[in-house]
Design a binder for this molecule. Structure first.
Ligand code: NDP
Length: 256
């Protein structure tokens, strides 16, 4: 094991089952791989079946267990069916990671109804749909972890992202409320707010915007998907049993 690897968070999730939305690439893929390495069985959800199969193959190659669940996370019946299938297949669902998300950036005078609705539906409605479905199983078992990927845009706003910021701020309010509703059942509900993380989503912004962003980050670099996955591992672990309704910011000091 390399020195860098040995310094990463080590968590034992063997015997547990996790579901990760948006596991076909980027942050969600890193989260799925990290949960798989920690010993959890991982249900990988996104629309692209072939990309999901790559995530599953990587988890299996590392000795883990994973399966592909192709699904559009905005669809209520599909979300319910995926959760039911995971529970039927593996007997339980212990960890839900709501990660799938999109951007449709433009300034507010030019934002179309469609751009607004697409982002709110994909980023926020999906969190509601999967949480509502998963929580029934978690309440029955009196244990569970729900972790949703919000964003620093949901805390501080970002010009051109009124739809995205609203969806990510919505996740924060949702998280705090559901955490209060469910804390007595030993289910924790938390959110992570990444700052600028190197993925296809931020690649699409181009080098000029990325360089400008770096100037605003005290750490002077973009974060990695693995650094977000490490935060997920902590919140999924037994060590975080008393942490609920919290927003964990992973942003190199951007919002400090
Ligand atoms: P990517 O664009 O790289 O990946 C997005 C993922 O979401 C893909 O797996 C995609 O799969 C999935 N997805 C999108 N729409 C749907 C849908 N309708 N149904 C099912 N799956 C869907 O993004 P990142 O990895 O960068 O971001 C992951 C999360 O982290 C997002 O919620 C994002 O908002 C958040 N975040 C990212 C930051 C960054 O700097 N990168 C910063 C802060 C937050 P597919 O297309 O196959 O369906």
């Amino acid at each position: 094991m390399s020195e860098t690897k040995s310094r990463r968070i080590q968590v034992d999730l063997s015997g547990q089952t996790a579901l990760v939305t948006g596991a076909s690439r980027g942050i969600g893929k890193s989260i799925a791989l990290a949960l798989g390495r920690a010993g959890a069985k991982v249900a990988c959800v996104a629309r692209s079946e072939s990309k999901l199969a790559e995530t599953v193959a990587e988890i299996q190659a590392a000795g883990g267990t994973a399966a592909v669940y192709p699904c559009d996370v905005t669809d209520s019946a599909s979300a319910q069916k995926v959760v039911e299938s995971v529970v039927a297949e593996w007997g339980q669902l212990d960890i839900l990671v709501n990660n799938a998300g999109i951007t449709r950036d433009t300034l507010i005078p030019r934002m179309s109804d469609e751009e607004w609705d697409d982002v709110i539906t994909t980023n926020l409605r999906s969190v509601f749909l999967f949480t509502r479905s998963a929580i029934q199983e978690m309440m029955r078992k009196r244990s569970g972890r729900i972790i949703s990927i919000s964003s620093v845009s949901g805390i501080m706003g970002n010009p051109g992202q009124s739809n995205y910021s609203a969806s990510k701020a919505g996740i924060i309010g949702f998280t705090q409320t559901v955490a209060r509703e469910i804390a007595g059942r030993k289910v924790t509900v938390n959110a992570i707010c990444p700052g600028f993380i190197a993925t296809e989503m931020t690649d699409a912004l181009g080098p000029i915007v990325q360089e400008e962003a770096k100037k605003r980050i005290p750490a002077k670099r973009l974060g990695t998907a693995e650094e977000v996955a490490d935060a997920v591992l902590f919140l999924a672990s037994d060590s975080a049993a008393y942490v609920t309704g919290q927003i964990l910011v992973v942003d190199g000091g951007m919002t400090a």
